[in-house]
Ligand binder design. Sequence first.
Ligand code: HEC
Length: 451
Amino acid sequence: MNNSKTSSVSENMAAAEDYYEEYCASCHGKQVQEFVDREKWVHGSSREEMFEVVKNGAETDGMPAYGQVLTDEQVYNLVDFILAAIEDHKAEEFTSGENTDVIFISEGMKLKLEMVTENAESPWAITQSNDGTLFYTDKSGQLYSKKGNDTQEITGLPAVKFKGQGGLMDVLLHPDFDTNQRIYLSYSKPKPGDANYATTAVFSGILENNSIVNGKDIYIAEPYVDTNHHFGCRMVFDNDGYLFVSVGERGKRDDHPQYLDNHPGKIHRLNDDGTIPSDNPFYNTPDAVKSIYSYGHRNPQGLCYNPETNKIYDNEHGPRGGDEINLIEAGKNYGWPVITYGINYVGTKITDLTHKEGMEQPIRYWVPSIATCGMEIITSDKYPAWKGNILSGSLKFNYLHRDVFDENDDWVKEEKLFPEIGRMRSIEQCADGYIYIGMEEPGKIYRIIPM
Ligand code: HEC
């Protein structure tokens, strides 16, 4: 029996809602939708069990501990707020993906969204071959192809560790895919013999009749660690045929990003077969991992390449505040966790520094975070007014973010596109010149059509 007066109950609820917005929404959704219809609660769905996990966290899964910044009462209020918010609700009631009938006007272009598929729950990445076949991954471990109305599941994939942020992630075609049918997948690889550990890996093989043959790992980040977040995992080819792979710091910010003797928290540069180019910046540095191209990264979940300027950019999911776009250059240090515009999820400071000699500044950063994932630089003639603009997805605010930079990469302006469309995971300018975007919860892929 709860003896408190109704007014203080609703005051507590209002305060809890504010706390939820401040501390939790970035990962669990503004409308608490992450907890609705949750089929399997990892830590239990009772009030006590939820209290435990919010207070003490689940660090290996990426859930911060709030006991140091919230009192027990505040944590209970939060739990009660979540329980009340999800009671008797179904996931379909939430708006994700519903706000798609609108025509959007941007820089004089009229744009609308066309549904491509609802087949994947979490379409982490999308690409297309020159014959118009679309390929997309589902984080749970599937790769699909779609030509016209014919959707096929591709076999011959590696086993992924589908847990936390891990799973099957990027898909990329070799620049000469038309002749060699070579395909690349990045994923969270369980450690052979001990699946408590995982790492970021790149698998490659030849696509033959809906199956990948002669597939093998051409890149495995070392070390394997026991966390299930910050895998990074985007891949791009540049004009010279080098393969760039982003690897997140795996939640070990003090061990990985600033040290050159390990792979996490870095962007790596490889030949198309996984061997290492001898002109890499640290190739001759004693004890350095030879594939490292740049370092000091947190969780680069977006990577894009402009073939016209030969420049590479990443976007990085920051902590609380401090998501970034960086211009990626050989041998440079992007500063994590020594400099950042972000703070810890629980509100405590990571560092006082935003600048330091020898460390690069982002060309754009977000406070608060928009929770970036997916990235593309637009070069297609289909969207003339967007040429050279960078698109980033927002997992947190459910929209597509457009940034305009000048030729010196100085930030000019921004636009928020397709508000409330859904948790945006992937953005790709495909071979047909159209931009495709992938949303999760529920999973959908759309094509942006200029009218
Ligand atoms: C940095 C991202 C992040 C933030 C911020 C965050 N969480 Fe979590 N939380 C997670 C992850 C990751 C998990 C692991 C389980 C999952 O979601 O699949 C989790 C799990 C949980 C669980 C247990 C779910 C289960 O299945 O047992 C609860 C309850 C929870 N979080 C509540 C909160 C509350 C309340 C807040 C705000 C005070 C919060 N979280 C903030 C990432 C986050």
